[in-house]
Ligand binder design. Structure first.
Ligand code: UDP
Length: 314
């Protein structure tokens, strides 16, 4: 049986990874300091092979016994979170990654770290391939997240090359699904909450900036395949279907049957104008591609938000 540590295991992606790996018969140690994660995301798990440890991975991590895999998913990930917690965001991406690398070295574990499409910044190459180095403002408001993740990639590759650790780096593009928080602040949860509560939909800028949204179950499957692969270089995982934020707002209005109006607010500083993953590498080497259609993914996400808001689902 495999023994696996998931940092950030009570977060949106971390909790889905806990479920997935428990289903694959792993023993799962879920670690989280609950800064942006929540015990509500893991309260359904009733399994002898599951343990929760409340700990901030910025501090030394002590785990008794063997560890086969480590998945490092601890970090604020929504722009409003990393603006509110800039120093913890920098520390978990740098010191936290250093700690999980040290642990992987000691335990001879395979380590996968969660990186991000934000390493490409406001990209000048479109769609983004893994060999694009990005266009990031290090001192802008998003720099705390972007540079922490870029550092995380650099130190991970250094441990891989210098200490021969088997490391994987997933560059995660925009993802959505159940267990995003009502107050997450990212586009899809904001739009769904606003649509369901009859409030105005807040599109930033003129809504012409683009993103490409992947449903969570597709993303988790891609991450698992990468974990089991022999790829050590960064790999994009995301859904390449690109749309404007205005189109997404319209989709949410249609899917919820809401009559909310769209209001246009100022665009946050350094907000990327376009984003779309090139997933040729994942398709070729992981035999992976996203399968869940937007309508289907939005429906489950809307149902989840309805439950959170105490609205009955049909
Ligand atoms: N956005 C928006 N309204 C919102 C939240 C986000 O128009 O209420 C925009 C945001 O400016 C960005 C896009 O939606 O252009 C995606 O933002 P999100 O926070 O989901 O993630 P990002 O891709 O910027 O990390």
């Amino acid at each position: 049986m495999h023994r696996t540590l998931i940092t950030g295991g009570a977060g949106f992606l971390g909790s889905h990874l806990c479920d997935y790996l428990l289903n694959k018969d792993h023993e799962v140690i879920c670690m989280d300091n609950l800064l942006t994660g929540s015990l509500l995301n893991i309260k359904h798990i009733k399994n002898d092979r599951f343990n929760f440890i409340e700990h901030n991975v910025t501090n030394f991590i002590n785990i008794d016994g063997p560890l086969d895999y480590i998945l490092h998913f601890a970090s604020p990930a929504s722009p409003i979170d990393y603006l509110e917690h800039p120093i913890p965001t920098l520390k978990v991406g740098s010191l936290g990654t250093h700690n999980v690398l040290g642990l992987a070295k000691k335990k001879k574990s395979v380590l996968l770290i969660a990186s991000t499409s934000e390493v490409y910044g406001d990209p000048l190459i479109h769609p983004q391939r893994e060999d694009y180095w990005g266009n990031v403002n290090p001192v802008g408001p998003r720099g705390v997240y972007d540079e922490a993740k870029r550092f995380a990639e650099a130190i991970t590759m250094a441990y891989h090359r210098y200490h021969n650790i088997d490391t994987k780096i997933v560059r995660i593009f925009n993802t959505y699904g159940p267990r995003m928080r009502l107050n997450d602040g990212r586009a899809i949860p904001n739009f769904i909450k606003q649509a369901l509560t009859g409030n105005e939909i807040t599109a930033f800028g003129d809504g012409s900036q683009t993103r490409s949204f992947c449903y969570v179950s597709d993303l988790i499957e891609g991450i698992y395949r990468l974990l089991m692969s022999d790829i050590n270089d960064p790999t994009n995982i995301g859904n390449p279907i690109e749309m404007t934020i205005k189109q997404m707002a319209d989709k949410v209005l249609q899917a919820t049957g809401s009559h909310s109006k769209i209001t246009y607010l100022s665009l946050p500083e350094d907000d990327p104008k376009v984003r779309q993953p090139n997933i040729d590498k994942a398709v070729k080497y992981l035999d992976w591609k996203p399968r869940v259609q937007l309508d289907e993914g939005l429906k489950s996400t809307i149902d989840y938000f309805k439950t959170q808001l105490g609205i009955e689902t049909q």
